[in-house]
Write a new protein. Sequence first.
Length: 297
Amino acid sequence: MSERELVRQAHTVRKLLRAAATDLSAVDPRSTPGLPDETAPDRKAWSRAAVGRLGGLLTAHQEKLFAGGRAGTERRRMLLVLQATDCAGKDGTVRSVVGAMDPLGMHIKAFGPPTEEERQHHFLWRINRSLPPAGYVGVFNRSHYEDVLVVRVRGLAPKKVWQRRYDEINRFEDDLAADGMTIVKVMLHISYEEQRERLLARLDDPTKRWKFNPTDLEDREHWADYQRAYADVLARCTTKAAPWYVVPADRKWYRNWAVANILLAHFDDLRLNYPEVDLDVEGLRARVEADHAANSR
Ligand code: AMP
Ligand code: MG
């Protein structure tokens, strides 16, 4: 596939996955929207190669963004928000897709239960402090959405508190978008059965046991409540400025490919260029060469 075809495909995949966000219950976590026919017979190997190729394109865009940030000519930045239940592959997505870009230009942040200090502030306080600066690609592994997900499902705040947060989040994200932040919100959607398999795999494999958290099982008991809470997030916080995408994630190889495509489509929208740098190239070249002559004598 040519680069132009890859970019066109990325826009198609993004459109399909954005549409998926309108009805979570209709999304089959094993489905593979937008996948081209060329994948057989080994889809994992195909995906690895395809994500490698997409990763090269992502890196090229990201470098332009970073260069602009460095040169002070670019205020824009990107924020990938990853939300999902346990075992859905947030960490794997960071490793496989985000990891394809230059770590120096990444701003990666994971959110756990708020600290004592964080609890004394508005729920967006810690989010505000974690946003990517100009030129960076930020990644949120969990986010402010936990404040209408786990907080709602586990009853960590009164209903009237979390109910008004949807509008607060929309206003917050609108302001960020108006200020040059491209916000890409991805929900990784796995099935109840797939989570079971992955939890068991964590128990079976001594090198994965450290990932097993017994409280994940309590969240699993609230599966239906979480699905409802996610559906409300998608319905209430999919805005023009910051849409949600639902990525079927039972198949890791599809998940990686899909997220890479969503990012590529957003980068393409930005029409990034390297900054114009005002340098006297000939004069500087002469100086570098002269230095060399003087010191190598
Ligand atoms: P993990 O991402 O699996 O390392 O786990 C992080 C944990 O932090 C999850 O169980 C989340 O539910 C929890 N968490 C994240 N944000 C919040 C929040 N705002 N309030 C309460 N718990 C949270
Ligand atoms: Mg957990």
